[in-house]
Ligand binder design. Structure first.
Ligand code: ADE
Length: 239
């Protein structure tokens, strides 16, 4: 039996998990044993009777910073050191589909959620934590970000999604946004489904969808578009 993908979340709000991950696709996969989730309550590693995990920042400024000794003790309690240890922070590298794919192909992940202004920088350095952001906006803590990372990974685990073909076609696997989708009724509020989609010409439908994807990506995501064009040009040069 293959060992299932293992997620450990370190947080001061363990009751936030599994949260949305207990529902829908991720929840079914959790029940089916495709992955395993455990939480570690960082507060259990505080050293004083008030269970203090944070303190004021040296140098002054707003907010509180999580203590390195407490965070380190919580990390030390986690078994399975072959898994990447990820600290969720808006300062991190932006999460990409290719990082998600690599994580899903590995044994699992250890996710550290910060609150307040973040955690003491020394523990990030000393433990070589991988800093990851889920987008250019600030959440009130790492917990919803950890759920996003796990959701993105779990749907790629073997046996979780029905069709592998739908994975190849989807956004970001090709540096393109997805083309628009339509279903019945064929006409709704005076709007008809594009004629080409009911034509039965599979080759022309494929070409139309690619064109739609390309147009949307060019308009909305110049960053992805530049990567796509560079990749296409490289492929043309090699053929
Ligand atoms: N914590 C707060 N904001 C975050 C973000 N955008 N990504 C990851 N962790 C966070």
């Amino acid at each position: 039996m293959v060992k299932s993908w293992r997620a450990t979340v370190l947080t001061i709000f363990p009751e936030m998990f599994p949260g949305m991950l207990g529902r829908s696709l991720a929840g079914k996969a959790l029940e089916a044993g495709h992955w395993h989730l455990e939480t570690v309550d960082i507060r259990d590693f505080a050293r004083d009777k008030h269970a203090t995990v944070d303190d004021a920042p040296f140098g002054g400024g707003p907010g509180m910073v999580m203590r390195p000794d407490v965070v380190d003790a919580a990390l030390d309690s986690v078994e399975g050191t072959n898994r990447p240890v990820i600290y969720l922070t808006p300062r991190g590298r932006l999460l990409t589909q290719s990082r998600v794919r690599a994580l899903a192909e590995g044994p699992g992940a250890v996710l550290l959620c910060g609150r307040y202004e973040g955690i003491d920088h020394r523990v990030i350095e000393a433990r070589g934590l991988e800093e990851v952001s889920v987008g250019d906006y600030v959440l009130s803590g790492g917990e919803p970000a950890a759920e996003i990372v796990l959701d993105a990974c779990v749907r790629l685990l073997p046996g979780v999604l029905g069709s592998a073909a739908s994975l190849d076609e989807e956004s970001f696997e090709r540096d393109l946004l997805e083309y628009p989708h339509f279903t019945r009724p064929q006409e709704w509020e005076g709007r008809a489904v594009p004629e080409i989609l009911v034509s039965g010409h599979h080759e022309r439908i494929r070409a139309w969808r690619l064109e739609q994807s390309e147009q949307l990506t060019r308009e909305r995501r110049p960053d992805l578009w530049a990567r796509y064009v560079a990749r296409r040009e490289k492929k043309d040069l090699m053929s």
